[in-house]
Write a protein that binds this ligand. Structure first.
Ligand SMILES: Cc1ncc(CO)c(N)n1
Length: 234
């Protein structure tokens, strides 16, 4: 295999440049900016918390499907499987974190109903779980899903950010260095596969990346909406 020359940009970096506006719409959404400048309405945060709990639960079988595809198709399946397995394992801790955080904020997870954006995003995950969806496509989607949160929440932890103290821990969950490294590992696997896939698949993978960004924007939009019951209680 030809080694990439140092400094040469991979396919994903080309996409990030080409679709920068869409990427920024997902990672610098007004909801994220409102966390960063401290102006966030806490009821939006609670909406996000409940809906993201549903999303993360749906992420478990999706990541499991990526793992199976790595096992079956990957040209470097030992390390790929290990990377994906560590992500799958950490979802268990993440779900416990959501349960604990929800109880701290008085959010009843057993009563949460999926909003349209959550349902749409979960159905998209299900479509990617089908066996006929190639590993290259599903690992690209997995990287994109994780990197949006990593990038967005890292932004809320920068030195000049005014993130409220009670939201710091949430931002740390996705904005910590270790998760940043994890996203780099996913990017490396995706890039390696994308470098050698057919043009046809490359077009499909790029479209999948864009669909993830669209779903992320819709998800933030939905979270930023104040629930009718919160308005009624004002
Ligand atoms: C909507 C959404 N996207 C990405 C992540 C990252 O895991 C998440 N928890 N929720």
């Amino acid at each position: 295999m030809e080694e990439k020359r140092q400094g040469e940009v991979g396919i994903i970096d080309k996409w990030l440049k080409k679709h920068l506006l869409m990427y920024m719409a997902a990672t610098r959404h007004p909801m994220i900016l409102s966390i960063r400048d401290g102006s966030i309405n806490i009821s939006c945060f609670k909406t996000w918390l409940g809906q993201d709990y549903l999303f993360v639960r749906a992420l478990v079988p999706f990541v499991a499907s990526v793992l199976i595809k790595a096992w079956n198709d990957s040209d470097d399946s030992n390390t790929d499987v290990e990377v994906i397995l560590s992500g799958l394992a950490s979802l268990k801790d993440e779900i416990s974190w959501f349960q604990n955080e929800a109880s701290n904020w008085g959010v009843q997870l057993s009563h949460i109903v999926a909003h349209k954006a959550t349902g749409d995003y979960c159905r998209f995950l299900e479509s990617l779980m089908l066996p006929e969806v190639e590993f290259t496509i599903s690992i690209t989607a997995y990287w994109a899903i994780e990197v949006v949160y990593q990038d967005a929440f890292t932004h809320c932890l920068e030195d000049d950010a005014k993130t409220p103290p009670e939201l710091q821990e949430t931002c740390q969950r996705w904005g910590n260095d270790e998760f940043g490294q994890y996203c780099q590992s996913l990017k490396k696997i995706a890039n390696r596969r994308l470098e050698k896939c057919s043009d046809d698949l490359l077009v499909k993978a790029e479209a999948t990346f864009l669909r993830v960004l669209e779903h992320e924007v819709q998800f933030w939009n939905m979270s930023a909406m104040v629930e009718p019951e919160d308005l009624a209680s004002k």
